[in-house]
Design a protein around this ligand. Structure first.
Ligand code: ADP
Ligand code: ADP
Length: 226
C-alpha cells in the first residue's frame, strides 16, 4: 500500500469556494515528498482533510491502506501532523505539551515521558522543558510542534509550511533532524511555496495550483525540465 493515497479529492467550502477540484496523489512509503504551490493553492486544505480537520466534499483518502471514511481512528495513528498555526496550550510547560498529546493515543505515561525526553533533547528543547510554552520563540514553538507530533511514533510526518517564520540557521538544524527521521523510515510530507526548499530536501514533488495537481514527478526529473 501507499503511505497516502488520494483519489479525486474535492473540497467546496461552505461559502461555495471550490478549493480542491479533483486531486489525485500517491505518496510512497519512505518517501520525502513535497506538495508545492503558491498561497491559496489548496495545500492546507489537503492536509486538513488528511487529518480530518476539514471535511472533504468527495473523493477517497487512504492512509497505509486504511480508508479514513471507514476507520479514521485506525488511519490517524499512522499520522503525525505539524500544522501551520501553533495550537498547543500556551500555559502548559513544554514537557507537558508533548506528554499530554500521548493521552490521545493511549500511550502509557512512562513511555510518553521517555519519548518526550528523547524528542525534546533531539530538537534542542530539553533545557526549556519546565518553561511555559508561551515563553518560547517562534522557532522553538515550531520544534515543540514537531516533538509533539512524534509522540506516537507515526509512520508519516506531515509538516504544513514548516519553515514559515524560522530563521536560516534553525531551518538547517530542523531539516537535519527531519532528514534523520526519513532515513529511519518515516515518510515525510511537507508543503511549501519555495521550490528551493522542495528541491533541496525532497525526492518527489507534486505541484498544486488553484486546487489542481499540475505536476507530479521526481525532483530530479523536474529540475531537468527547468
Ligand atoms: P494554501 O495552503 O495552498 O495556501 P489553502 O488550502 O489554505 O491554500 O486555501 C485554498 C483556498 O481555499 C484559498 O483560496 C483559501 O482562501 C480558501 N479557503 C481556505 N479555507 C477556507 C474556508 N474555510 N472557507 C472558504 N474558503 C477557504
Ligand atoms: P468546513 O466546510 O470544513 O466545515 P468552514 O467553511 O466551516 O469549513 O470553515 C473552516 C474554518 O476556516 C472556519 O473557522 C473559517 O473561519 C475559516 N475560513 C473561512 N474562510 C476562510 C478563508 N478564505 N481562508 C482561510 N480560512 C477561512
Amino acid at each position: 500500500a501507499y503511505a497516502i493515497e488520494i483519489k479525486d479529492l474535492k473540497k467546496r467550502y461552505d461559502n461555495g469556494f471550490e478549493a480542491l477540484k479533483g486531486v489525485d496523489l500517491n505518496v510512497e512509503q519512505g518517501d520525502f515528498f513535497a506538495l508545492l504551490g503558491p498561497n491559496g493553492a489548496g495545500k492546507s486544505t489537503t492536509i486538513g482533510i488528511l487529518c480530518s480537520l476539514v471535511n472533504k466534499s468527495s473523493g477517497k483518502v487512504s492512509i497505509f491502506g486504511v480508508d479514513i471514511d471507514k476507520d479514521f481512528a485506525g488511519a490517524k495513528k499512522y499520522l503525525g501532523v505539524v500544522p501551520q498555526e501553533f495550537n498547543f496550550n500556551v500555559f502548559e510547560t513544554v514537557f507537558n505539551v508533548v506528554v499530554t498529546q500521548a493521552g490521545f493515543y493511549g500511550i502509557p505515561a512512562d513511555v510518553a515521558e521517555e519519548r518526550a525526553e528523547k524528542y525534546l533533547k533531539q530538537l534542542d528543547l530539553w533545557d526549556k522543558k519546565d518553561v511555559q510554552s508561551r515563553m518560547l520563540s517562534g522557532g522553538m514553538k515550531r520544534r515543540l510542534m514537531i516533538a509533539r507530533a512524534l509522540i506516537h511514533e507515526p509512520k508519516v510526518l506531515i509538516l504544513d509550511e514548516p519553515t514559515a517564520g524560522v530563521d536560516i540557521e534553525l531551518r538547517r538544524s530542523m531539516w537535519e533532524f527531519i532528514k534523520g527521521l526519513n532515513e529511519g523510515g518515516t515518510t515525510i510530507i511537507l508543503t511549501t511555496h519555495y521550490l528551493e526548499e522542495a528541491e533541496q530536501l525532497c525526492r518527489n514533488i507534486a505541484i498544486i495550483n488553484s486546487g489542481e495537481i499540475v505536476e507530479n514527478t521526481s525532483v530530479k526529473a523536474l529540475l531537468k525540465t527547468l
